[in-house]
Design a protein around this ligand. Structure first.
Ligand code: SF4
Length: 483
């Protein structure tokens, strides 16, 4: 019989289960995820009289009552109180849900806010795991890991109608949180905040959170970082002294460089906060969207996590996420949050919104008010163009700034669509006549018809053959047995 803090939980609970993936064949049910519109998680700070410590409530079917293989809307609401707990800490404690739920054997939690994607395994449900157990684990971990929390209650919603009812309210709460930091500039502060919470999934990933660069997950802004570092200075969110500014355009500071180097154990040497090229901010795996380079037009596309189908480059979000994630700095592929897209510093070293040439309609709607008015209608969505060829036509027809870059874009090194086309044309002109180059370790050629009736073989070792044309022809056997 198990004992200790989780003695009454029928599965194991521990950090060891972080990063556990539950594949389709192993899952009992999926909660939230890309196929489900309504899903979210919220952490709310309440007055003590509004919180019943340890209370767990499930509104809708329990795991065992869900049909095997089903996909359901899902919401987790944690309400907590504590005399030093402040509303501005909500985002930070909300993010801890990702870790606490992942510590439960057979429960997987990905992403955050209204993009959560959870799965529970068949094995764990067979062993008796319920949402009620999950709630108990969450509440106990908040108590043990965050002493500032004095009372906590957890409510799960799996009833689709109930989740839908609460969904728009959750979006309003996220928006209000995000808006709090707007107006404060990176130049106005002398500390940034760092976060290494995602290192359990991406060991070299270090977030640098500034007033104008929200964390990749979209869950932690500069004020959240400040609150977290104040409550738990030795925790995964900490203060970063910014030091000297090396490059205000790219967003490089000595302090941020030292911090990422130390926290990534030397893997990441420096970071440029406002660009997708060179030394971009590392990408963990829970970014809300990806900026990706489209070489044919010298522009950047954006694709968000919930976008179904391939982006304009023919590649779906999941595939691009695989090549972007893992705590790496991938030139031209950049994980980011929606709130960062609303920032005046958004990819400023690359041209910002003037460099963006494609974005899904849903994502565009969410940030539309922050796209400069002179370019907003020149950025197509999946409804306007379906291929890179159509994209080129659209950009030209609408006079997108990437077609013929302004002096400002040129100074940033942008050659633009016409520049790319000119390069392609020049390369085609200069190109040598088509040549086949074959390198073969050994080629043996029979030689016949030598005077005197002798037959030879010519053997070419490590031959390189240049030919204007390569013709492969079947040789018919001639009558009489000769070829
Ligand atoms: S994405 Fe960054 S800020 Fe968000 S939890 Fe991960 S490391 Fe922390």
């Amino acid at each position: 019989m198990k004992s200790g803090m989780f003695g009454d939980i029928p599965v194991d609970v521990g950090v060891v289960y972080e990063g556990e993936r539950i594949r389709k064949g192993e899952m009992h049910a999926e909660l939230g995820g890309p196929d489900i519109k309504h899903k979210f998680e919220l952490f709310r700070v309440k007055s003590p009289d509004k919180v019943e410590d340890g209370k767990i409530k499930v509104v809708g079917p329990e795991f065992k009552d869900m049909q095997e293989g089903s996909k359901l809307p899902f919401a987790i609401i944690v309400e907590a109180s504590g005399k030093d707990l402040e509303e501005e800490m909500e985002g930070v404690f909300e993010r801890r849900l990702h870790y606490f739920t992942n510590w439960v054997e057979g429960f997987m939690h990905l992403n955050q806010r209204n993009t959560i994607w959870c799965r529970v395994s068949k094995k764990s449900v067979q062993r008796g795991l319920t949402l009620e157990h999950l709630g108990k684990v969450i509440a106990r971990l908040y108590h043990s890991e965050c002493p500032i929390i004095e009372k906590v209650q957890v409510t799960f919603y799996t009833d689709p109608a109930e989740v839908e009812k609460l969904y728009s309210e959750a979006l309003k709460i996220y928006d209000a949180r995000d808006a709090r930091a707007r107006g404060l500039k990176d130049e106005d502060v002398d500390v940034f905040y760092g976060c290494t919470l995602c290192q359990s999934f991406a060991p070299t990933h270090v977030c640098v959170i500034t007033p104008q660069r929200y964390a990749n997950c979209g869950a932690i802004g500069w004020f959240d970082g400040r609150a977290a570092a104040k409550v738990d200075p030795k925790g995964p969110i900490y203060e970063v002294k910014i030091g000297e500014c090396i490059d205000p355009l790219k967003g490089e500071w000595t302090g941020a460089n030292e911090s990422v180097k130390e926290k990534s154990l030397g893997e990441v040497k420096k970071v440029w906060l406002y660009t997708a090229f060179g030394y971009p901010h590392t990408s963990c795996g829970c970014f809300e969207a990806i900026a990706f380079y489209i070489p044919e037009v010298d522009g950047l596309g954006i694709v968000h996590r919930d976008f179904k189908g391939p982006a304009i480059n023919g590649v779906p979000f999941s595939t691009m996420a695989d090549s972007t994630a893992g705590g790496r700095q991938v030139d031209g592929f950049h994980g980011l949050s929606f709130e960062y897209m609303r920032s005046p510093k958004f990819l400023q070293a690359d041209g910002g919104w003037y460099r963006i040439v494609w974005i899904p309609k849903e994502a565009k709607e969410r940030v539309k008010d922050f796209i400069p008015p002179d370019v907003v209608d020149k950025i197509p969505t999946e409804e306007d163009v379906k291929s890179v060829e159509e994209l080129k036509e659209f950009l030209k027809a609408h006079g997108h700034p990437i077609v013929e870059p302004s002096e400002h874009l040129k100074k940033l090194g942008v050659k633009g669509l016409k520049g790319v086309e000119a390069e392609v044309a020049a390369t085609a002109e200069e190109a040598a006549p088509p040549t086949e180059v074959v390198t073969a370790p050994t080629i043996t050629m029979p030689v016949s018809g030598v005077p005197g009736g002798m037959e030879f073989e010519i053997i070419l070792k490590n031959a390189k053959i240049f030919a204007e044309k390569l013709i492969v022809r079947r040789i018919e056997k001639r009558k009489g047995g000769k070829e």
